[in-house]
Design a protein around this ligand. Structure first.
Ligand code: SF4
Length: 207
């Protein structure tokens, strides 16, 4: 579809990104009746993309390190983020929805920038090492393994799989909040690290 570019001011004083421009809208080949939206943010993301990897559930992230290109499978769509600030988003209803979704990502980008500036962001090499070890079984090994169903899942293994895909949060496992589970939390923290613990829903107050 030929169209004029549409510029949206999302934030007034974001740490890094404030504006998004919709450059093109095309039919989505992955979902009939929906659109694929090509956008451009108002900042270079070269340094931010490796940090952004840690902000999303491991099962929702595909990061091509060689190209520094990150694809997220979130909000029921694929969102690809390029170092130049270009964004591609499929399975979208309309431009208003695209702006709503990208606002969430822009917020995460600004948080990552802030973390990076303050020296609080995880080093990507360390993150990569952690991500290479994370899978349902190793997470299961750190869970209470009682299959008590308090999290809403039938088994702890089902919970571990949903945790990786971002379909549940660590806090939903109520037994983990009990004092007797401190060794389990230690196990998870050693496996995931503080940043990924937070990403999968372990609140800072529980540190
Ligand atoms: S609440 Fe925790 S211990 Fe109980 S089934 Fe879910 S993951 Fe397992």
């Amino acid at each position: 579809m030929d169209m004029d570019e549409l510029k949206y001011k999302v934030f007034d004083d974001g740490e890094l990104v404030n504006e998004v421009t919709i450059k093109k809208i095309k039919p989505c080949i992955a979902s009939e009746g929906k659109i694929r939206v090509l956008m451009q943010l108002d900042a270079d993301l070269e340094d931010i993309i490796p940090v952004l990897v840690s902000k999303y559930p491991p099962g929702r992230v595909n990061y091509i390190e060689r190209k520094n290109v990150l694809t997220l499978n979130i909000f029921n769509r694929l969102i690809t983020i390029y170092p130049s600030g270009k964004i591609s988003m499929n399975k979208t209803h309309d431009k208003e929805e695209a702006v709503k979704v990208i606002t969430n990502i822009m917020n995460d980008i600004n948080t990552c920038y802030s973390d990076l500036e303050q020296g609080n962001s995880i080093n990507y090499e360390k993150l990569k090492e952690k991500l290479s070890k994370i899978g349902p079984l190793v997470i299961y090994n750190c869970l209470p393994q009682t299959n008590c169903e308090e999290c809403g899942e039938v088994t702890c293994m089902a919970f571990a799989m949903k945790l990786l895909s971002g379909d549940t949060t660590l806090e939903a496992c109520l037994p983990l909040n009990e004092k007797s589970s401190s060794d389990k939390i230690k196990c998870l923290r050693e496996l995931l690290g503080d940043q990924i613990m937070e990403t999968v829903g372990w609140k800072k107050k529980n540190k």
